[in-house]
Design a binder for this molecule. Sequence first.
Ligand SMILES: *Cc1c(COP(=O)(O)O)cnc(C)c1O
Length: 391
Amino acid sequence: MSGFKQEPHKLLVIPGPIEVADEVLYANAHPSVSHMSAEFIQVIGDCIRMTREVLFSTTGQPFLIAGSGTLGWDQVAANLTEPGDSVLLLNSGYFGDSFTECLLAYGAEVDEVRADFGTAADLNDVEKALKAKKYKIVAFTHVDTSTSVLSDAKAIAETVNRVSPETLVVVDGVCSVGSEEILFDQWGLDVVLTASQKGLATPPGLSILIASPKAIKVFEERTRPPASYYASWKKWLPVMKSYESGIPAYFATPPVNLIYAYHASLTQLTKARPSLQERFALHRKASQRIKDELASIGLKQLPLDPYYAANGMTAVYFPDGLKAPDVIPRLLKKNVVVAGGLHKSNKDKYFRIGHMGITIVNEERGDVDKIITAVKESISEALAEAESKKA
Ligand SMILES: *Cc1c(COP(=O)(O)O)cnc(C)c1O
């Protein structure tokens, strides 16, 4: 990596895409190489193996397919449901609505356990629903990026596996993989779907999914072919297995350069210090600091309880009388890019900060200080201006 340096740019601290390391961007600039070459097959094979490591799995089957995180929903719906199959979706926000919409598009029947705003689904409600009806899948969003609500993935999986052991546990981890602990095998998860651009700290464009042997068996025993061509595991499963055994294979061209970038990021995550567990601890620590600092100037979090608060992002309400246009442009002027509200209720009343990847792990960058200072200054300037208008 001889002297490669990123162009000066505003600090990107939205909940994905996030800042990426020089090594990752440089890897993305790899010279063109054949997607069937021995060199590339080794790299994508490593990516498959390291994806397993990130999720603490030894038996899961990763799928790396060009597309965004959304393609993970299509993979689940097309490969694990058949028309009329029942899915229980634990809906904690915007991304739960979208996952349901995707499942319905493939003919699945979806019942929802809807959580109150700022909370995740109640485990007693989940247990009741599972006792009342047989579900092929229970699906939920690990971190709902619209509200920063964290679901207790381990406890949900424990409930499902105890009450309805045949049911598959499917986790939308697009905004949690890499920033929240996920023990795929140990917790008894069946699918975790994610994407390259959030906690995995790679540019956008790669759909990343891991499926348990139980999920693969359900897929193999389906009676009808998958209702998708591009997302079909009938096409991709042999290709992924072939890549991993070092043999070139083709169904559709992988995003070659992005795979090099993902490889660079995975190498940092799995082979370097801090370790994955140390990274999760760093995320928890920085998240707590940001949340405490924002609370100290009176900013209230969307999650109603710390139990429901994500560690890779923060969502807080604007102070009374302020809206996004009063604050977000001020942050931009200070070269800090945050995200506005997304959830349909309260959309204009809050903003979101992503704090994942090198922003957290490379402490010498000082990103967390920059975020805290810029938010505090912007809020106090906006409040002062609102006050002077009143006077
Ligand atoms: C970002 C996100 C998605 C969608 O991912 P895209 O890459 O934008 O398609 C899905 N679920 C969650 C929880 C997300 O945060």
